[in-house]
Design a protein around this ligand. Sequence first.
Ligand code: GLC
Length: 669
Amino acid sequence: MAMKLCCRILIHRRNSVFFGFPSPKSHSHHPFPEIPSISRMNFTHRHEFHNFSPRILGFRGAIDRTQKPFSATIANWGRFRVFSSACNGNCVGRGLHVIASIASNVRSYSTSVETRVNEKNFERIYVPNGLNVKPLIVERIDKDENIGIDEEFRVEDNGERVNNENSKGLHNVVVPNVGKEESTVEKEAWKLLRNAVVTYCGSPIGTLAANDPADKQPLNYDQVFIRDFIPSALAFLLKGEAEIVRHFLLHTLQLQSWEKTVDCYSPGQGLMPASFKVRTIPLDENKFEEVLDPDFGESAIGRVAPVDSGLWWIILLRAYGKITGDYTLQERVDVQTGIKLILNLCLSDGFDMFPSLLVTDGSCMIDRRMGIHGHPLEIQALFYSALRCSREMLSIDEGSKNLVRAINNRLSALSFHIREYYWIDMKKINEIYRYKTEEYSTDATNKFNIYPEQIPHWLVDWIPEKGGYLIGNLQPAHMDFRFFTLGNLWSIVSSLGTPKQNEAILNLMEAKWDDLMGNMPLKICYPALEYDEWRIITGSDPKNSPWSYHNGGSWPTLLWQFTLACMKMGRPELARKAVDLAEKRLPEDHWPEYYDTRNGRFIGKQARLYQTWSIAGFLTSKMLLDNPEVASLLFWEEDYELLEICVCGLRNSGRVKCSRGVAKSQILV
Ligand code: GLC
């Protein structure tokens, strides 16, 4: 399809009154950046702004109506909180339009953006306050309070150039040789996956969350979710089709930098949306415009924060480089800045007492109230992986060395924390069972003041002799003993757990096969919350009723993570067993989103059919099993250097009890 794309780029400085209405987080000390005055003139004179928070990213072009994107009328614009140009005749033809985006190459023009990010200095002082075995890591570097990454900065650019830029480097792609005849089920899955592809300005950019033509109320399942796209991306990468992934990475990067508001409050810069939608806006003269409309949680049910999106984005960026061999993408200045923005957000100081990331409920795959606020394992495992990915990808220079040091310190402290305090097996449960409480001192054994009565009845019978797992969450006086599958699997994949712990998690999954796999892999968590617990913890959520959806439902998409974990631990046969189970049922049941009941016998009550990440998860699992060498690019082995940092930290702390032995023992656990 021939499309004439033309765009201007605006990088919006949050702390300004440039749009005629002050930003809620305005700070007067922010210096106004150098903006070519001609651009500002154009901007103010030629465009009229609706009084909405600007956020949509768009390209103008005549669009073929057979394209997939949703069509919206101008009257709907207010709902989408778009700002649009007041186009008076002459601007239409010339494509003069303000676009809320940072084009893929724009950040390279903005050296000030880069410098500021690099100036992000970290002061991390982990004082072992009540955590006597916690490593003491002291980093003190001057702090720049004025870290502002938004720039109000406008560049005119040509959309075609931007798109060409997006495809640059693809000629380097190293395509893994799949070379195996596909089964009928795989063929069907590929057809469905391709049907779910969303295009933007003529290029593939992502996949719909679900694509059931019979579904009359898709809610937001007709959007591209960042986390849902990961298995799709891997399937395409493994198939040697990298273009869609490259486009996805670059376009979501543009969305990251845009202003977002939730009831007049702006969430942190660097946040990646949970999802986005390609909307088609009709213009004059039978022309249409495509715009990207991101959701940062402001429309999401429950207004949940998509903490995992940025972490997944970083993980995917690394996978793209590893599988295609095209490292030019991650080396780009705008991409490097994107990584740093996400890290700044994750590494910034708050009230946290622990190296784990503090988040609100529903900030990951479980995006509803399920009692996973605080320090849920899934987020910690993704955070750990994203830090490891970033360390590999960040260009090392004077400006980024503080950040790299902060990453190393955090990695070391985080793995220590999780390995030491989240791990449970028979022995540890017995220890907790005999805990003394109310210990006030830095060398307490029961550091989090866990009352032994908290050990749930089900666990006493459930925990196998051989095996163990990482608990779902840890807070003062609170251990969430539920088994959360994604967090445990991703701890194996990223080596957040020790080698022995990783092995023990798989042992437990094998021993508890009927509970976790049942009739359809894979339980999202075990067990379900029932009765009063369900009422109090979920807020009587009927969608999360016991053994349904997030509350003990079975999610086929988790198959690819299970496959990867099994392959890493040298147990592909375990993965094959699960994949075979899914292969028999998924096509028959029309690829549902999730299954219900204790053993996953029913298609989920409100499960979407033709759920893309169920399809892609299956395909990715199959291809990983067929390509062990490529699979090995996607997991991490133990990093002994990190353990050394830990040892040094402990040594420096001068606490005899936390000496070398403790950290070293992590390797042996
Ligand atoms: C549900 C899931 C979430 C997923 C979304 C789209 O909200 O909980 O993890 O991203 O559907 O499939």
